[in-house]
Design a protein around this ligand. Structure first.
Ligand code: ZN
Length: 219
């Protein structure tokens, strides 16, 4: 079932094809669609983050109809982690375990397992791998094992944010041997520096990630 989506490259980005990208060996991975990132009242809001929820829900319906797997990642931090600026990282406190900010967006359709990351203070962005807070060694989130058990060979990735967790998850997906696509109308970028989102897309494309669909306006 690899190669279920067809991409026609037009310039830097692939152009959307059809709804044929899903099948039983495909997983739709919804990255970090949580209140702290998606809600303007969150502690680390991504501009336009909540706008993608309807697109993501539509993808979930398509994926379910085709028998694909659905998985969700959820940033889930303790009060102190090297991930936070207060502890030596770069981010404001966000997605504290069991808080409103860490909850998945209330309008998001949840139809599959949720894989948490950062639970024991690990740092990192990918839905697949994190760094141990003591020593920085890589540790798995368990997502790869979950997908392998389901016989998944291809990933379709959406969620937040393009230039951090979506990018890291997609690059890990390629590294782990999955055929990997990212849905351009179901992601948004943090853009700490102007252009970060576009640079992330270019980096993903360079690594072999298929960028699917029409890139949404980011303003
Ligand atoms: Zn985080």
């Amino acid at each position: 079932m690899t190669g279920t989506w067809k991409s026609t490259h037009s310039g830097a980005w692939a152009v959307d094809d059809s709804e044929a990208r899903y099948g039983p060996q495909v997983a739709l991975v919804v990255v970090d669609l949580q209140n702290d990132f998606a809600d303007p009242a969150g502690s680390l809001p991504v501009r336009g983050g909540a706008e993608i929820v309807p697109s993501v829900n539509a993808e979930i319906q398509r994926a379910l109809a085709a028998g694909a797997e659905i998985a969700y990642t959820q940033d889930w931090h303790p009060a102190h982690t090297p991930h936070f600026a207060q502890d030596g990282g770069i981010w404001p406190v966000h997605c504290l375990h069991d808080s409103w900010g860490a909850e998945l967006h209330p309008d998001l359709s949840v139809k599959g397992p949720i894989v948490r990351k950062g639970t024991h203070g690990e740092d990192g962005y990918s839905g697949f791998s994190m760094r141990n807070p003591a020593g920085g060694l890589p540790v798995t989130t368990g997502l790869d094992a979950e997908l392998a058990r389901a016989g998944v060979e291809s990933l379709v990735i959406c969620g937040l944010a393009t230039d951090y967790c979506v990018k890291a998850t997609a690059l890990d997906g390629v590294r782990l041997g999955y055929e990997t696509a990212v849905l351009l109308d179901a992601i948004r970028a943090v853009d700490l520096e102007p252009g970060d989102g576009d640079r992330a897309l270019a980096e993903m494309a360079e690594a072999g990630v298929v960028l699917v669909g029409i890139r949404a306006a980011t303003s």
